[in-house]
Unconditional design. Structure first.
Length: 248
């Protein structure tokens, strides 16, 4: 099974209005972490930036606007995700794991659309795995007792040290708690696992931002594609025939 542990930091709570400023994740295949990544991304020009969100993330507007262009980060992320799936196989996708996973999925879906891709489901199953749902089930079974469903609260219940409001830290903690629950379901070891990253040295190195020259090249290429698409659409409209007018 292919699991994508993912967490985002955003400029607000509305996936249509607000933007993404950090994308962190880990790819696990058949129980082994193959790759992890931590990408800082500037919001799109039209994205609304909520000052409260910046305060929670301990970032300034100048900081986030200095991050890599979203089209550059998008290309890096897609290349990374496609590395471990067969695009010709419709069933070969990631199961996304997170805390309040729908929030991150919705933001990522809108972010893909802003980058011109409406088909995020080609990489990620819509069937999401959410720690909140898992925690609720264990609470009902009397196996877990937490006052709320916050990631930090669940981590504290299992005596795990957790530094919140950083996407990569959230991913590591999500991974540890998820595997704790899997062990509990199996009735096995109750000791929490420790996130160690990719199993083999040199495998799945953390993805880095591209250089300014690389970014300018990617942005220029994307603008050329957008201009060509606009011209193509315009020519198609000018040559198209209105069936109603033709009948008259």
């Amino acid at each position: 099974m292919k699991l994508l542990f993912l967490d985002l930091e955003t400029t607000g709570l509305d996936p249509k209005k607000n933007g993404i400023i950090q994308i962190a994740g880990a790819i696990e295949i058949d129980g082994k972490i193959k790759e992890h990544f931590n990408l800082e991304v500037a919001p799109f020009a039209e994205d609304v930036i909520d000052n409260k969100a910046l305060a929670i993330n301990k970032k300034t507007k100048d900081e986030i606007m200095g991050f890599s262009h979203p089209r550059v980060v998008y290309r890096s992320l897609v290349q990374l995700l496609e590395r471990h799936v067969n695009k010709r196989d419709r069933k070969d996708k990631y199961y996304m794991v997170g805390q309040n996973t729908k929030f991150d999925y919705d933001f990522l879906n809108e972010w893909f659309k802003k980058n011109g891709n409406k088909y995020i489901y080609g990489l990620i199953h819509f069937h999401l795995i959410d720690l909140i749902a898992l925690t609720t089930a264990f609470k009902l079974a009397g196996k877990v007792d937490t006052p709320d469903m916050k990631l930090g609260t669940i981590a504290k219940h299992f005596n795990m040290v957790f530094d919140a409001h950083d996407a990569l830290n959230d991913v590591r903690m999500t991974w540890a708690i998820f595997h704790k629950y899997i062990d509990m379901i199996r009735g096995g070891d109750s000791v929490a696992k420790t996130y160690t990253g990719p199993a083999q040295e040199g495998e799945g190195k953390e993805q880095q931002s591209q250089s300014p020259d690389q970014e300018r090249k990617v942005i220029s290429e994307q603008k050329q594609k957008d201009n060509m698409q606009t011209q193509y659409d315009s020519e198609n409209r000018s040559h198209s025939v209105n069936p109603v007018s033709q009948e008259k």
